[in-house]
Design a protein around this ligand. Sequence first.
Ligand SMILES: NC(=O)c1ccc[n+]([C@@H]2O[C@H](COP(=O)([O-])OP(=O)(O)OC[C@H]3O[C@@H](n4cnc5c(N)ncnc54)[C@H](O)[C@@H]3O)[C@@H](O)[C@H]2O)c1
Length: 320
Amino acid sequence: MRKILVTGGAGFIGSNFILYLAEKYPELEIVNVDRLTYAGNLGNLAGLDKKTNYSFEKADICDWERMAELMKGCDAVVNFAAESHVDNSISSDDEFIRTNIGGVHSLLKAARKVGLPRFVQISTDEVYGSLDTGAALETRALDPSSSYSASKAAAEMICLAYHKTFGLDVVLTRSSNNFGPRQHPEKLIPKTIVNALNNASIPIYASGKQRRNWIYVMDNCEAIDLVLRKGNGGETYNLAGETELENIALVKKILGILGKPESLIKHVADRPGHDFRYAIDDSKIRGLGFKIRTGFGERLKETADWYVNNPQWCGSWKKR
Ligand SMILES: NC(=O)c1ccc[n+]([C@@H]2O[C@H](COP(=O)([O-])OP(=O)(O)OC[C@H]3O[C@@H](n4cnc5c(N)ncnc54)[C@H](O)[C@@H]3O)[C@@H](O)[C@H]2O)c1
């Protein structure tokens, strides 16, 4: 692979993915396309400024003609661009439908026009909806609950339609909750860390007993790279970490790491449509050789340290 286009590369996972690629494949030409919404931060990629085979284009993935121009000569596109915060989709979901569905359609149309060799769509375990027990296999029927997860599920369907109808080489990943450096402070782990460091209260929905699986962002990046290179066209891969935790237990762990009191936790009314538990079976990606080498506790500590050591970054966000 010589040249790759990454969309949404100024966001949390996209920027970590670009940093991962730049280190692992120093010769690879990387084009980062991002609209720089409230969630995009070019400061995430400051270290790449002097690299000649990295470039940034401010553009909207919904502009399919621009996307087709940018895709020319690329061996693959990995699409991270999305509205990603479920809470925001409750107050207003227009941008979720526009970017997460319309934007993916626009990218697929462009990919088809230029004859792109491979398209990777980054999806989410939230498309399965809430599971009382067990873990979802990739073949499980989708049952999304929010406009966010429904828009991601719709995008998946359009991707697979382009594979079946037009022969476009598309692969999908569905990962669990990511954590690590450079995540917008609207999300649970950075919000807990940032609020705790400021001795501000930490809001927790209802009992806080909702359960989530957590994957360290660089593990997710490694798995995405594996799917990009070795995944079978038309197939979907669940990407999970090894730890499932109640939200309240996670917040208490972080407070413990930071030496802050649990009295900062403030229970607030639950959000509408809140899924209680996500769980995915990741045997398929493990079959491709994926393995997590560093445990959750160590990664959580490293993550907390990163936010502690980057207070300017934490304060650099635009208001939504
Ligand atoms: N964060 C998670 O835990 C998680 C878990 C599973 C799947 N995902 C998926 O991974 C992807 C990345 O998530 P994230 O947490 O990094 O999101 P993020 O919100 O941090 O970043 C999204 C990026 O997309 C850009 N963007 C938004 N609309 C755009 C548009 N129309 N055109 C171009 N760029 C646009 C934003 O500017 C931002 O840089 C998303 O598709 C999300 O659904 C995230």
